[in-house]
Write a protein that binds this ligand. Structure first.
Ligand code: ZN
Length: 185
């Protein structure tokens, strides 16, 4: 995997200017991100990255301003030809953000609809997310697409194509696409 693309996207943002769930700025996120991307899956650095995102750009299912540039870096990383194992981890992070809501204190401070901005940002990488759905049979890719794909017929088509390879929870007869998403984007 080439590091050039996501590193450039990472350095393009002024992280100090973004609010973070820890109450500080998001200045610490680039170091956490670089550790995560440079590490083998399941390593200590993976956990570091979880610490750097969880309870920072996202707390449970609430996101903060820094989640938007974080999504952009994750999308750039998906475009860097990561291994299947890395791809799954990247998609898992994107999934968490696009399915979240804006933290109430962010709304109070005038930063509204952050989840819509995150979905818009993720939409720029839609074919790499489809790639993870098709090649990895990733349920997180499916979940992400349910939130960001404006063309429901297209997702229904791809879902039918890979359904038999998805985990049981995403291929049962009861599974309905799009039930969770807010169409207000
Ligand atoms: Zn933080």
């Amino acid at each position: 995997m080439s590091d050039e693309l996501w590193r450039a996207e990472l350095s393009r943002h002024n992280w100090k200017s973004y609010s973070c769930g820890c109450g500080q700025t998001a200045e610490h996120v680039p170091a956490d991100f670089a550790a995560f991307m440079g590490a083998a899956p399941e390593s200590v650095a993976q956990k570091t990255f979880r610490d750097g995102l969880d309870n920072h750009v996202i707390i449970q299912s609430n996101i903060f301003e820094a989640a938007i540039p974080a999504t952009s870096v994750l999308i750039a990383a998906l475009g860097s030809w990561p291994s299947s194992a890395h791809r799954r981890r990247i998609i898992t992070r994107i999934r968490g953000i696009v399915g979240a809501e804006t933290f109430h204190a962010e709304v109070d401070d005038g930063r509204v609809d952050l989840e819509l901005a995150a979905r818009e940002t993720a939409r720029a990488g839609i074919w790499n997310i489809y790639r993870s759905l098709v090649e990895d049979a990733s349920p997180s890719a499916l979940y992400t697409l349910e939130y960001i794909e404006p063309d429901e017929a297209r997702l229904e088509y791809f879902y039918a194509l890979v359904r038999h390879r998805l985990p049981e929870v995403a291929r049962s007869a009861d599974y309905k696409l799009f039930v969770r998403r807010d169409l207000n984007y």
